[in-house]
Structures are given as C-alpha cells and as structure tokens.
Write a protein that binds this ligand. Structure first.
Ligand code: NDP
Length: 475
C-alpha cells in the first residue's frame, strides 16, 4: 500500500550517486555490503553460542529446577562432567519427530491452502491478499494474510482435544520439550541452509539479493530478501509468523496444563503470563498486514537469523516464564497481581497505539487525526535501485513526537511484566527482558542507520525534531 501512497517519479538509473545529500555507493539503503569486524565477530559468536544458550536454559530447567548457576557450580567444582549432563538429556525420539512434522505440515496447509475468510466477517480486520512495502530493488510483493485464521483454527482444535476428543494430553508439548528442541533445530538449520543455496542458484528475485562475500555473514543474515516457493509460500512470513508464534500460546497452555497435573491447580502467575503473552500473540495476528511494514519484512534478509531464530530461539526462549512456573508455581498477592497486570496492559497500550499511529499516518499519507489533531511531519525522499525516486513522510506527532521508538518502550514494559510475574527467586525468567532490551536497543541503532542511508539529510532533520530514542529526556 505504501507504494501507492508515495508519489513516484521515474528518474534515470543512477547507482553510484548522492542520495538526498548522502553519498551512497549503491542506492540500496539498509544493506550492509561490507562486513566490519564487529558484525563478523557478533555473527560468529551467535552461530556458535546461540544454540548452546538455548540448550543451557532448557537443560537447567530439566535438570536443575531452572537454576542457571547450579550447573556451572557443579561443573566448576568437579561434581559433574559435561558428559553427565549430556547423558541425562533426553534425545530425539520418533514420537517428537512425528509431532513436530505434523505440526509444521499442518501450519503449511493452513498457510497455503485455506485463503483468509476472517476478513469477510470480522469488522476492522485486514486479511486476505495484501501488498508489502517497496523492496530496495523496487518490487512490491503480495502476501496471503491468513495468520489469525490459522491461529483460531489451531486453538479451537487444541481446546476441542483438551475438553472433548482427548486424542492427546494437553501437556504433550511440555512432556516432549527437549526431544522437540532437536526437531526444531533440524528444521532451523535445514531451512537456513536451503535459503542460502537458493540465494545462489535459484533466487526468487535476483535484484533483491545481497552478497557480501563473507560466507558466515551471508549465512547468518541471509542473501535473498523475500525467498519464495511458488507464488505464495513466502519464507519470511511463514517462518516469522507461523510455526513459532502460533505455537507460543499453545506452549503456554501446555505449561498451564502441566501445573494443573502436578499441583492440582493453575497459579495466578501462570494465568497472568498466559493472558499477557496471549494478548501480544493475538495482536500480532490481528495486525499481520501491518507486520508486512515492519523491519523483519522490510529490511532483513532471510538467513539463519530469521530461519533458525524463528524455529528455535523464539518458541524456546520467549516461553521461559511459563516453563519456569511449572517448576516454581509462584502465587502472587493481590497487589502484585494488579501491579503486574497494569504494567503489562499499559505497556501493551503504548506498544499498540504507537504502532497504530504510524500505520494510520502512513496509510492515509498524513490525512488523519493523531490525538485529535492533524499530524505534523517532515517530508522526505529516497531512491530505489532502479533509480525511481519516492516521497515519504516522518511523523513528529503523537507518541512519535515523544521518542523515535516509543513502540519499543511499550514492548519493553510488557516484557518486564511477564518476568515480574515469576517473582524474584531465580534469574532465568528475567532472560526475556534482558534479551529484549539488547534486541530493541540494537534495533534502534540498526533502524536509524538504515533510515539515515535511506533518507539522508531528511533523517537528520527528523532526529533534530525528535531527539530521544526510547525514553523522553533520558535516552
Ligand atoms: P517500527 O515499526 O518502529 O518501524 C521502523 C520503521 O518505521 C523505520 O524504518 C521507518 O521505515 C518508519 N519510521 C520511523 N520513524 C517514523 C516516523 N516518525 N513516522 C513514520 N514512519 C517512521 O520498527 P520494527 O519493525 O522494528 O518494530 C515493529 C514492532 O514490533 C515494534 O513495536 C517492536 O516493539 C516489535 N518487535 C518485537 C520483537 C519481538 O521479538 N517481540 C522483535 C522486533 C520488533 P520507512 O522506511 O518506512 O520510513
């Protein structure tokens, strides 16, 4: 849609030029063509250690009641060897492989073969075929937005099974959690490797590929921008939005079912985590069309970072609070429950309203009301690789006038609320807020670097008008 809103002027192709006052060697904003040593070191670190970090967290719950310190103490004191820990770790099973294969195949079927019907009867919901943003090569992809429908069908079946059919136990995910981890890793590595090979030999859109020449960087950050199989199977939308995020709420439900099985009740902290994270997941699917305009889809290429990250990192580490609460059933007092709920809801409100304000502003090309007034903005322009010049606007009203990434601030408040629901006995559930703070702070810089290369001096005018990133007056 953005492509239609922005006035478009064809100009002569000019790949080595000055873009809006900023010298650019390639007019392909947002793409790192040269890999600096820090990026390479980070890539190598993550490739080597991210799978170990996930294993360590899940293992410490399985073998050490979620203590992150005890395994280290055991190893350092010589009480245990690595081999002891490894030998106690459940291995891949046929059952887990069957569950996982069924799960992914089911999500593929829901994604590919059931066109969206939710938008036909749910007022205000945007689904069906939608357009993404203009890619750096000037392409506008079409997407089948049917994630809400996939989520609803999956959850209706889940509850129908739990309360009526009893085909399998609702604790099935928890009971197979580590064997499923191996399956998720196999898929994560397979899809990232396939994406790399595809980028070299049969890319969907060669003009939108990025080759830095550094194997590790390309594997991690991806070569193809929007790899697809056929017309509709979009890797980014599917892996980002389906097996992992649809599973997120099911995983939490499985943890709640396990608490019920072990202790005969579900604690209020578990309900809080299920409700707050459930709102976040539903929000994602309700706004899936909007998601096409976020950095994951508009900027990131598809490599290990998204492929493996969506298959393994997200479902395993974003659900640590629920897992922790199975081992430590925390009972919160009324004041703590109310405080945490308020923090989570206010955080969600800021996150949603900020995102909505930008979406409304961009969809209407500024012809809308933000907080009852016509929005203020800075006019800006950019160029795609084919030399086409586009015009856009950066809003300075509403939450976008308070800070440049106030949506991240709301997200962080919500993330903190999930962690606080777990009490203060262990650090493991706090991983999420630490991780999100690093991720979103890094994202501020990454996004601003991209916006600066895209908009040049117009971006500088914007940062002068809105000087803070996350917290007005502080950062
Ligand atoms: P944004 O939705 O903030 O999008 C950033 C883009 O918006 C910029 O690149 C620019 O794109 C445009 N933009 C920036 N400033 C303005 C402005 N003032 N007016 C109009 N447009 C502007 O970022 P993300 O895509 O990173 O995040 C989307 C949401 O997803 C956030 O709420 C974030 O918290 C959440 N998120 C959650 C994660 C998780 O793991 N739970 C991970 C990452 C994000 P353009 O080129 O169009 O100008």
């Amino acid at each position: 849609m953005a492509a239609h809103q922005e006035k478009k002027f064809s100009e002569e192709r000019n790949c080595k030029s000055t873009q809006n006052g900023t010298p650019t060697s390639q007019v392909q904003w947002g793409r790192a063509w040269e890999v600096d040593w820090f990026s390479l070191a980070s890539v190598l670190f993550l490739l080597m250690f991210a799978p170990l970090i996930v294993y360590y967290f899940i293992m410490s719950c399985d073998q050490y009641q979620c203590s992150l310190v005890d395994p280290l103490v055991d190893l350092l004191m010589g009480n245990k060897y690595l081999s002891d820990i490894w030998n106690k770790t459940p291995m891949l099973t046929y059952r887990a492989a069957g569950i996982y294969t069924f799960w992914v195949a089911f999500q593929v079927v829901l994604y590919l073969f059931i066109p969206d019907f939710c938008h036909k009867f749910i007022p205000g919901y945007v689904g069906g075929v939608q357009e993404g943003a203009v890619t750096p090569a000037g392409v506008v992809n079409k997407y089948q937005i049917n994630g809400l429908q996939a989520w609803i069908i999956t959850h209706v079946l889940w509850f129908a099974n739990a309360y009526y059919f009893h085909w399998f136990s609702p604790t099935i995910i928890f009971d197979n959690w580590i064997p499923l981890l191996w399956c998720a890793n196999i898929l994560g590595y397979a899809v990232s490797t396939f994406a790399m090979i595809k980028g070299y030999f049969f890319p969907t859109n060669a003009a939108d590929c990025k080759f830095t020449g550094n194997f590790f960087y390309d594997y991690m950050m991806g070569i193809e921008f929007n790899p697809r199989i056929g017309k509709w199977f979009d890797f980014k939308l599917f892996f980002n939005g389906r097996p992992g995020i649809v599973a997120w709420t099911l995983i939490n439900l499985s943890y709640a079912a396990k608490q019920q099985e072990l202790y005969g009740q579900v604690t209020n902290s578990m309900i809080l985590v299920n409700v707050l994270q459930g709102i976040y997941v539903l929000d994602f699917f309700w706004n899936e069309a909007w998601y096409l305009k976020t950095i994951d889809i508009c900027h990131d290429h598809f490599g290990w970072y998204l492929g493996w990250g969506d298959c393994v990192w997200l479902p395993y580490l974003y659900t640590l609070q629920g897992l922790y609460l199975v081992y430590h059933p925390v009972h919160l007092g009324t004041a703590s429950t109310t405080g945490i709920l308020m923090l989570g809801l206010v955080g969600y409100y800021i996150f949603r309203v900020t995102n909505h304000q930008k979406d409304l502003f961009r969809r209407t090309n500024g012809n809308c009301k933000i907080w009852g007034k016509k929005p203020e903005y800075i006019e800006c322009s950019y160029m795609s690789a084919d030399g086409t010049k586009y015009y856009s606007k950066l809003m300075t009203s509403g939450f976008w006038g308070w800070a440049r990434h106030f949506n991240y601030t709301g997200d962080l408040m919500g993330s903190l609320a999930y962690c606080l629901a777990c009490g203060f006995e262990h650090i493991l559930p706090y991983f999420y807020i630490v991780y999100m703070t690093i991720l979103l702070t890094h994202r501020c810089f990454r996004d601003e670097h991209r916006c600066f290369s895209k908009y040049g001096k117009d971006w500088k005018r914007y940062t002068a008008a809105v000087p803070y990133r996350l917290i007005p007056g502080i950062f």
